[in-house]
Design a protein around this ligand. Sequence first.
Ligand code: GTP
Ligand code: MG
Length: 218
Amino acid sequence: MSNNPKIMTIRTGILEENDRRAQILRRNFAKNKTTVINVVSSPGSGKTELLTVVSRELITKGLHVCAIVGDLSTDHDAKRLASSGAHTYQINTHGACHLDARMVKQGLKTLPWRDADILFIENVGNLVCPASYDLGETKRMVLMAVTEGEDKPLKYPTMFHSADICVISKIDLASVAEFDEQKAIQNIYDVNPDILIVKTSAKKRIGIEELVTNLLAK
Ligand SMILES: Nc1nc2c(ncn2[C@@H]2O[C@H](COP(=O)(O)OP(=O)(O)OP(=O)(O)O)[C@@H](O)[C@H]2O)c(=O)[nH]1
Ligand SMILES: [Mg+2]
């Protein structure tokens, strides 16, 4: 973190501008009755795998699903997610470690989001930068895979504090990873006592129905 006042002022300006853009997005999403979920985690925690399974489930229920996917490069995740039947749009950030509200607005131009009941925004895999960028979402969902260790909420408190839902993902691997579930849950609640915790396995379809119910809850 720089102590240079000029750099600090520019940083604050960027975040304030992003907050203004995000508020406009939020108003438009609410007016359109589209639930928007900003999905964040470390790289490889299982965001795309989970969203693919969840989107398929939502589409089976007759809901319309769109997704914006952020990565530094490649369109792999948008393609994977599209296999669920969701309309997807890939954003390549070319080095930026997070999505911002301006990028989301750009992505919306090519998606039929006004027909969507739910819009997922899969953020760039990173537990630091995306925490500061409001995307106008209805809910923020953070994933923590059982293979990452129980201490992630304590090491990255801003992200866990700012989230509404915490998914403990890859629960099918809990025993091989010697995952201490009680310790992990305690760490999550220590940082955010109001957060909702759901345990899932996208591979074994555990916790998917419970997650869908909570995503759709007002
Ligand atoms: N065993 C198991 N593996 C999983 C599960 N979910 C995802 N994986 C695997 O974990 C790896 C990463 O999953 P992704 O869905 O690509 O993770 P991601 O968070 O989208 O990754 P980035 O977009 O790169 O940040 C892949 O090899 C998946 O097959 C799960 O529930 N159980
Ligand atoms: Mg992904």
